[in-house]
Design a protein around this ligand. Structure first.
Ligand code: HBI
Ligand code: FE
Length: 286
């Protein structure tokens, strides 16, 4: 059930679980070429920026220069590695549908691709964001378990009316997460790895704060959907991220209900500061 108790049905042509056929044979060469452009742009910059599990996943699934990947081919290997599959959906799906897929190790991916004249603009997640951005990490066994746990947690949060807090966890990890490694800070968040500009900004720009990941702290922090993040959270390992979620969240929600949100650019005395940002980028905006 959605927050108002009403979940819209799937659009015409979609199944009850909102999935559709990918229709791989129907992509035009122009659409394949958009994938290739985006792929080459990102692949060139991600060594020493994306974390090893991401880069390894990209190789393992052979999401390569040939064009938009065929989910049937990707799924054969992904399912073998971690039991996950990718399913095609028309666009954003209702929260309860999204969580049911994740809890069952199915990642819903937009079937369509952005237009050539809007390479950096996305209203809804397309196949490049979803498949290039999200799917490589699903080849990592620990991250794969984290995403499934998140799906179950989402179902539970909806029952408890606490989705707005849990959604922040998704945002600051799955979409915009950074990982500490012996070689330095690396990207694992799909919203960063699928964006040329944010792949640079998230790691190198002096503007944003970069703080150690702390579950309840993250769940108290609002986020921006329309621009670069003002704060990124760095996990010490993917295992630490998974471990943080393998606990009963009801007491956490009870504490969060009494706690205030934290300002998006705030640094608390309890924060582990990895980079104290200047916030110059955010301040320069009207
Ligand atoms: N649907 N296709 C799609 N992709 C998402 O990332 C998505 C969604 N529906 C809901 C949703 N995300 C949110 O519930 C989560 O980001 C919390
Ligand atoms: Fe995403």
């Amino acid at each position: 059930m959605s927050a108002d108790g009403f979940t819209p049905g799937p659009p015409p042509g979609a199944r009850p679980d909102w999935t559709i056929d990918q229709g791989w044979d129907a992509y035009s060469q122009a659409e394949h070429d958009v994938w290739i452009t985006l792929y080459e742009r990102q692949a060139a910059m991600l060594p020493n920026r994306a974390c090893n599990p991401f880069l390894k996943g990209l190789e393992a699934l052979d999401l390569h220069r040939a064009g938009i990947p065929d989910f049937a081919r990707v799924n054969a290997e992904l399912q073998r590695l971690t039991g996950w599959t990718v399913v095609a959906v028309p666009g954003l799906v209702p929260d309860e549908v999204f969580f049911d897929h994740l809890a069952n190790r199915r990642f819903p991916a937009g079937q369509f691709i952005r237009k050539r004249d809007e390479l950096d603009y996305l209203q809804e997640p397309d196949i490049f964001h979803d498949v290039f951005g999200h799917v490589p990490m699903l080849t990592d066994p620990v991250f794969a378990d984290y995403m499934a746990a998140y799906g179950r947690g989402g179902q539970r949060a909806m029952q408890l009316g606490q989705l707005h807090n849990l959604a922040r966890l998704y945002w600051y990890t799955v979409e915009f997460g950074l990982l500490q490694t012996p070689a330095g800070v690396r990207i694992y968040g799909a919203g960063i790895v699928s964006s040329r500009a944010e792949s640079l900004f998230a790691l190198d720009d002096p503007s944003p704060n970069r703080l150690g990941f702390a579950l309840e702290r993250v769940m108290r922090t609002p986020y921006r959907i329309d621009d670069f993040q003002q704060v990124y959270f760095i996990v010490p390992s993917l295992q630490a991220l998974l471990d943080a979620t393998l606990q009963e969240f009801a007491p956490i929600y009870a504490r969060l209900a009494k706690a205030q949100d934290i300002g998006i650019e705030a640094i608390l005395p309890s924060d582990e500061i990895i980079t104290r940002g200047t916030q110059a980028y955010a301040k320069a905006k009207p």
